[in-house]
Design a protein. Structure first.
Lengths: 414, 1008
């Protein structure tokens, strides 16, 4: 792999960039691999990457029915934070955030991790108490957060209205080391690094069946032929239920559309990410200048990757209330993605009833921030059979009632 | 230079000059101008700077597809960035400034990027700025952000008003051009209700413009087409079942025929009273998209210079506004239509120095042009446009070559036409699929794969140019057919009329020309723009393909092609043709990116509508709300309600008020407005059975006249709500819920009744707002009620946990003898309309007894002193009743209740669960809210091990110390142990585990 650098760009500029190689190869599938990962989104590619880089398993294929990074990895609002309440959540999201910090250097691909800080606004007394609790929990979890005053909120976000007539800002939970990253680049960077390790990323290849013998997985049937494997990782977000059905088990997952929108680009006016859970909306400004806005999920199950407009209205109302100046900006584009929601709104990283088959799903509305940590934990689980990061997120927790419920800390999609 | 022509100008009023300002220049346009046409009339060719390279940009299009001419419009509280000059109607006093430059439009430091463009190819930032790490946050990213971003951020809140509008119709016709009007007329003749919307201020679309170019061949039913437009409009206006609206754009199509319309009511009359924009929420049974087509640019080096314009746009400016984009014009084309521009300009006295036709044999209008003395060259390409801030010369070469210049001509404008693409956005928003039309070289709606409605039928019908029809006769036939199909679908009958007759205007086929010249050299491709705003060039798309970003979505995201404010209206088809060529595959194999709403950007203000400020969300008021406000209530939002948190007096702090209210209520008499508590009537022969399932307690055995405290769990066993249930009669219960729970508990009940127990004979009704409810609390509560007089409220007649109907002080009321404070307490419900009067009566009568109102915080403290749990404090969606020592409220006799099975799961019966205890700090201070008790060591993820947490914490004025409730591992078995709570303030708090009932453990005060 040719390394990316300013020097490399200067060299290529002299020959009209004719020397750049493919970022990832586009191979034909082999007949078998040690590990097959289904789903070339961020989580699937990160799983493959850490399998190779940290656990020495490089005979890996990542297969994808569409194009890599084309699902929720390329549709989310790119927020990265780890100010979660429950210990298992804080552990995996903080691992993820810390891996994000150095990911550009590790992958030699600028994923533009921007630790600009994330504020979650408290606009009711109940929220104040909830975030104070989270701040206490975070301190013990090794996650640096702080409950800040309305005045400090205003200093960090000059365009905010802290004295709204309905829900004045009473404070906020501030994570200075949270931020955003360029979502596509995360998928592309991992894909390039995986390909460079000799792994095969096979796009336009849909899984049609999961093969097993005596309760152990032996491979997958695909639209591009049979592919054998010793271990199989299912990392397909919204369509997890479909794959689980092929493997012969069921998941406590519902798939619903979550929407987002962007404004037209304007000059920089907001440096941090703001989440307003009482009024339901969150906003950041991309490096292009667009205000990136997300809101709630639809209440009905759906696979269409588009949602109902009333959610857009509610979100925009909430944000005009919070940031009155955006009223004269224009919505450029709205879109939807299918998020896989579990009963406790926490993910599943788990062995399955099918031996050798593992599943990683249920990230719901907040999976982007978890990509490196999820990939790392999943890789460790698949390689060693145990990972402290994923231990609490097993499927059996639904049977045992051992839920990891973040509803106090995260009342809204993000 | 661009100028106003002495002839033409069908939309302008030459007698009505309009003054406006662009940057600091005072300019003059005419009534009927757009800002774009007025700028051109003032020879303002340079109107902005591009996004990435800060290249000079001029007006390239005539309508919504314009990528370049974006301005900051207005100022102060009416500043709007990124407003398209082409769709901005000129008005007197308009102020616009150009965007994305510093220090000025003419001299922009950022243009250094253009000099460095060779070093800034597509995706350069993925490959650079990686080391050293801190520089990204502090240097690189701020620089990139500052150089991007286009328009200025408004600083002030919006001064304008917006509203929503609802419209139901049988047929919606989007587009008021020839096709739209004809389709509307046909559909309306069936009697169906028809709404026709047109995004511009004018009806007729392009047809009246094209008459000018081709008067002999522009007749419909034997009349000139503009006459036909007027007559069709007149016919539509005369029909009661037709609604016509201009300045109303079809923005998006959603499931079930839901369409968003975006009406710009006030943009052209900014001083007018009334809303600026109106968002239409339209329900249509059928949608006819007569949205026309958009011309494509040609890809040649220097095609982004100011002065290079779409051929159709140049014709529109000339015919509609009498504006010529230049005095010496070169026309470049691969089709016949651009000849019409040449002819119009020529006939208006503009010198057309050359028509460069890429087709080897030219077209059907070639001879017409030559007959006028215009020099036409076929099989030729523009090799390169030269100029600085505007076009100065054009080099011409062979279309099949690599870019050798055979000729160079001086000119000041270039008209280009690469063919037309139907506007298929609305067709595609909700899942309509496209097919590739090789003859026209465009995607058009695939009639076999329309977006489907609930009935399984396609609900969008494309018509005219939007359906790929180019010839006027076939446009009219297609529109008539669409109108018939819509009528058939909604009225069951199609009108017995024929499509209007128009002479067919044959055209020679176009030659798909995706690059000019076909084999252009690398240095030319790097100067050949696809996306003018985002600075994406042919070389960028080719680089993306070379690097493996092969999916059209990858290419889009890697290069930013089509991601600008025009969303690729000009660039997408050209870009994916280049991508397909680079990948060696046919264009349909590459496919398009997804079309997403809105068609053009819609103001956030319009989306929010009226809901802002005080009416942002509905505000729920109790009947006593006004009294609270007058008496200094410090409010707390609770759902959509606001409840008094406390009533601080002059000079008193909020905290001080809370302390006073607690103390007074415990000593004398407190009044609480409890009207917000949920009240749900459950009625029917199966009501008891239903409540037995809903609550953990046994409710069916409750006697009429009695109350019982109940717990409600979800099916996972977690406590979701609590409250007092009163049995009114054999078949009727009144369930009280928490304030925040009323609506969702009502919905929860309905869900179970409708989906699981639909055959049970039970009805539920949320009557929360039918009653005002007042808690009369304290040792003197009975005295004040007796003073008011009426029903017997003595301990014998109305014991604890009983209720009775009667009158007090002349008010019909229902009195519940229940207590959430540990005091003698009556909760009294009166009809909502009598609430204020009853409250006032209590306040007046209570004066002798020291009555004071108290707020939610005093309520919280008093319940905590008594160890009563609060939903949302002691519970958080992970707590079961058993954790809270509420086992007594769980019936062991019942076979089932919601949550019972879940509460038997392994983790739920784990003896290590955290359970409710009281906590007292050693020094009497108040524990911090939400603090955790630490155990010893760290877990596998190196997090500190915790063994409990604070759920409620207050200063108790009754006890004169801090009290808290908390959940602690094995808590009730660890009485007296001291726990350690690290605060986020750096302090370590020590607290002892105690009984959670801090005050009046025997209940002597409430049972009097």
């Amino acid at each position: 792999m040719k390394r990316y650098s300013a020097f490399a760009i200067a060299r290529e500029a002299l020959r009209h960039h004719s020397g750049w190689q493919r970022a990832w190869r586009s191979p034909e599938p082999k007949s078998r691999y040690d590990v097959v990962i289904v789903g070339a989104g961020g989580h699937g590619l990160a799983t493959a990457y850490y399998l190779g880089r940290r656990f020495g398993i490089k005979n890996v294929a990542v297969i994808e029915k569409g194009w890599l990074g084309g699902g929720n990895t390329g549709r989310n609002t790119t927020i990265i934070r780890s100010n979660y309440l429950q210990d298992p959540s804080a552990a995996i999201y903080e691992k993820s955030r810390s891996l994000y910090e150095t990911l550009s250097q590790e992958l030699n691909y600028n994923i533009m991790f921007s630790p600009r800080g994330v504020i979650m606004l408290a606009q009711t007394h109940h929220e104040v108490r909830g975030y104070q609790r989270t701040a206490h929990a975070n301190a013990l979890q090794g996650v640096t957060t702080e409950f800040i005053s309305p005045r400090r909120v205003k200093e960090l976000v000059p365009i905010i209205n802290i004295d709204g007539p309905r829900y004045p800002v009473l404070g906020g939970l501030w994570q200075a080391r949270g931020g955003t990253a360029r979502h596509d680049a995360v998928a592309w960077g991992y894909a390039r690094a995986c390909s460079d390790m000799g792994m095969d990323i096979i796009q336009q290849c849909e899984v049609t069946g999961i093969r097993q013998t005596d309760g152990k997985v032996t491979g997958v049937s695909t639209t591009r032929g049979e592919i054998g494997c010793d271990k199989l990782g299912l990392v397909v977000a919204g369509h997890s239920g479909v794959l689980a059905d092929m493997a012969g088990f069921r998941l406590p997952v519902e798939s619903v559309a979550l929407q987002a929108l962007v404004s037209e680009p304007i000059k920089p006016c907001m440096d941090v990410v703001v989440m307003a859970n009482t009024v339901h909306g969150y906003m950041s400004q991309s490096d292009k200048g667009e205000m990136v806005i997300g809101g709630g999920a639809d209440g009905y199950n759906n696979y269409t990757q588009r949602g109902s407009f009333h959610h857009i209205e509610e979100t925009v109302r909430a944000l005009i209330e919070t940031f009155p100046m955006i009223s004269r900006l224009k919505m450029l584009r709205q879109w939807g993605g299918i998020v896989d929601m579990t009963g406790d709104r926490s993910p599943i990283l788990s062995r399955t009833p099918l031996d050798g088959c593992f599943i990683n799903c249920g990230w719901g509305t907040g999976g982007f921030k978890a990509i490196p940590g999820s990939g790392y934990g999943m890789a460790e689980l698949m390689a060693k059979g145990y990972s402290p990061l994923t231990d609490a997120f097993g499927l059996e927790r639904f049977r045992e009632g051992r839920f990891i419920d973040e509803s106090v800390a995260a009342g809204v999609a993000h | 230079m661009s100028t106003r022509l002495p002839t033409l100008g069908r939309l302008i009023d030459r007698s009505a000059p309009v003054k406006f300002r662009f940057n600091d220049r005072h300019m003059q346009g005419l009534q009927g101008d757009t800002l774009a046409s007025a700028l051109l009339a003032n020879d303002q060719m340079l109107v902005g700077r591009s996004f990435k390279y800060h290249r000079p940009r001029g007006i390239v299009a005539y309508g919504a597809e314009e990528p370049n001419a974006l301005v900051n419009l207005g100022h102060g509280a009416r500043l709007e960035p990124n407003q398209r000059a082409t769709t901005t109607e000129l008005f007197a006093g308009l102020r616009a400034t150009s965007q994305n430059h510093w220090p000025s439009l003419e001299f922009d430091i950022g243009a250094i990027n253009a000099r460095l463009s060779r070093f800034l190819p597509a995706g350069f930032y993925y490959k650079m700025f990686i080391h050293p790490r801190p520089l990204w946050k502090h240097v690189y990213e701020p620089f990139i952000r500052q150089s991007a971003g286009l328009g200025r951020a408004p600083r002030r809140a919006d001064a304008d008003r917006y509203e929503h509008f609802y419209h139901h119709t049988d047929v919606l016709v989007v587009g008021g051009g020839l096709a739209g009007l004809q389709a509307a007329l046909t559909a309306a003749q069936s009697g169906a209700r028809v709404l026709v919307i047109e995004q511009t201020a004018h009806w007729g679309g392009r047809a009246p413009v094209d008459v000018t170019a081709d008067p002999d061949r522009s007749h419909v039913n034997g009349k000139p087409v503009d006459t036909f437009v007027e007559q069709t409009l007149a016919a539509l206006r005369a029909m009661d079942n037709v609604t016509l609206r201009t300045r109303l754009m079809g923005a998006g199509v959603y499931d079930h025929g839901y369409v968003l319309g975006y009406e710009r009511l006030g943009d052209h009359i900014p001083d007018a009273d009334g809303p600026r924009h109106r968002l239409w929420r339209i329900r249509a049974r059928r949608i006819i998209t007569a949205t026309g087509a958009i011309e494509r640019p040609l890809s040649f080096a220097g095609n982004d210079l100011p002065g290079v314009m779409l051929a159709s746009a140049m014709r529109d400016y000339a015919v509609n506004h009498a504006v010529a984009a230049g005095r010496r014009v070169v026309v470049a084309t691969n089709n016949d239509d651009a000849y019409r521009t040449a002819i119009v300009l020529h006939d208006a006295g503009i010198e057309v120095v050359r028509i460069v036709d890429a087709r080897p044999a030219g077209g059907l209008l070639t001879d017409d042009a030559r007959a006028r003395g215009i020099r036409v060259e076929t099989d030729r390409a523009i090799v390169r446009v030269k100029g600085g801030r505007r076009v100065s010369k054009v080099q011409i070469g062979s279309q099949s070559g690599t870019g050798g210049a055979l000729d160079e001509v001086a000119c000041d404008a270039v008209a280009m036409s690469g063919g037309w693409s139907p506007v298929v956005h609305l067709w595609s928003h909700c899942g309509g699929k496209l097919l590739w039309d090789a003859a026209g070289a465009f995607f058009r709606p695939d009639p076999e794969r329309p977006p489907l409605g609930a009935d399984g039928a396609g609900f969008v019908l494309p018509a005219g140019a939007a359906n790929g029809e180019t010839d006027m006769a076939s446009v009219l036939r297609d529109a008539h057919a669409a109108g018939c199909a819509a009528a058939q679908a909604v009225a069951g009958t199609a009108p017995d009329t024929a499509a209007p007759e128009a002479a067919s205007t044959p055209e020679a086929p176009l030659d798909p020309v995706w690059l000019m010249p076909r084999n252009a050299r690398a240095d030319l491709r790097a100067k050949t723009w696809l996306d003018f705003q985002n600075d994406v060039k042919v070389s960028d798309v080719q680089l993306a393909a070379q690097e493996g970003y092969e999916s059209v979505e990858h290419t889009k995201r890697y290069t930013t092609l089509g991601m600008a404010t025009d969303q690729g209206k000009l660039s997408n088809i050209n870009g994916l043709a280049i991508l397909s060529d680079a990948l060696g595959q046919p264009i349909p194999a590459t496919g398009t990116t997804t079309f997403r709403p809105p068609y053009t950007p819609v103001s956030m203000g319009a989306i929010a509508g009226e809901a802002r400020g005080p009416v942002f969300q509905p505000l729920r008021r109790t009947p006593m709300h006004g009294w609270h406000a007058e008496n200094g209530a410090h409010w707390e939002p609770v759902g959509h309600w606001r409840r008094p948190y406390a009533y601080p007096r002059a000079g008193e702090s909020v905290h001080g008020a809370v302390m006073r209210e607690v103390t007074n209520t415990r000593a004398n008499l407190g009044l609480l407005d409890a009207s917000t508590l949920g009240k749900i009537v459950v009625k029917g022969p199966d009501a008891g059975r239903f409540l037995d399932m809903l609550y953990t307690n046994m409710m069916s055995t409750l006697k009429p006249g009695r109350c019982r405290y109940g717990l409600m769990c979800n099916e996972n066993g977690f406590l979701m709500d609590d409250g007092v249930v009163a049995r009114i009669d054999e078949n009727t219960f009144l369930c009280h819920t928490t304030t925040g729970g009323a609506d969702h508990i009502h919905a929860h009940m309905e869900e179970w009744l409708q989906t699981e127990w639909w055959d049970w004979k039970v009805h539920v009704a949320n009557v929360t707002e039918q009653y005002a409810q007042i808690a009369v609390v304290g040792p003197k509560a009975r005295q004040v009620l007796e003073k008011l007089g009426g029903m017997d409220v003595s301990a014998d007649k109305l014991p604890f946990m009983a209720w009775a109907d009667g009158t007090i002080g002349g008010f019909d009321c229902r009195v519940f003898r229940i207590s959430f404070s540990g005091e003698l307490s009556y909760e009294i419900a009166v009809p909502a309309g009598r609430g204020m009067a009853f409250w006032q009566a209590l306040v007046d009568a209570g004066a002798d007894f020291g009555a004071m109102p108290y707020g939610t915080e005093a309520l919280h403290i008093m319940r905590a002193e008594k160890g009563f749990i609060m939903i949302g404090d002691e519970t958080d969606g992970t707590v079961i009743p058993q954790d809270l020592g509420l086992d007594w409220a769980i019936s062991r006799k019942k076979a089932d209740y919601l949550g019972k099975r879940a509460q038997q799961r392994r983790h739920m019966v784990d003896p290590d669960r955290w359970k409710l205890v009281g906590l007292e700090t050693i020094d009497g201070s108040v524990l911090p809210d939400g603090a955790y008790a630490v155990g010893s060591g760290r877990n596998a993820n190196r997090q500190a091990v915790t063994e409990g947490r604070v759920t409620s914490t207050y200063h108790s004025p009754t006890l004169g110390r801090g009290i808290a409730m908390g959940l602690v591992r094995g808590g009730p078995d660890r009485m007296g142990e001291v726990l350690t709570f690290p605060g986020t303030d750096g302090k370590i708090y020590k607290a002892r585990i105690v009984d959670p009932v801090f005050f009046d453990k025997n209940g002597d005060k409430q049972n009097v």
